[in-house]
Design a protein. Structure first.
Length: 91
């Protein structure tokens, strides 16, 4: 009698284990799709950051800033020799 119960248990557990295996395979495929989407998104962010860093480098170049200061803002470059410093020593 015990043998029959054990046999029934094993016979019934095989389809259950197969269904569990199929469910895990489906989950794996879905997770793999999510990982691919996240990797693509990460690659887009990296490329965007590279473009932004390159833009910052161009916009903050000393030549560009000097050009804007002299041509657009009509600033003149002042050399250290022409600066007069006054120090007031007090109390």
């Amino acid at each position: 009698m015990k043998r029959h119960i054990m046999l029934y248990f094993f016979v019934l557990s095989v389809p259950l284990l197969l269904a569990l295996n199929a469910w895990q395979a489906e989950r794996y495929v879905e997770l793999q799709k999510d990982v691919k989407k996240l990797e693509a998104s990460q690659e887009e962010w990296l490329e965007s950051n590279k473009r932004l860093i390159a833009g910052i480098a161009v916009l903050s170049s000393p030549e560009r800033i000097e050009h804007i200061a002299s041509h657009e803002l009509q600033f003149e470059k002042i050399y250290p020799e022409s600066v007069l410093q006054i120090r007031i020593e007090g109390e």
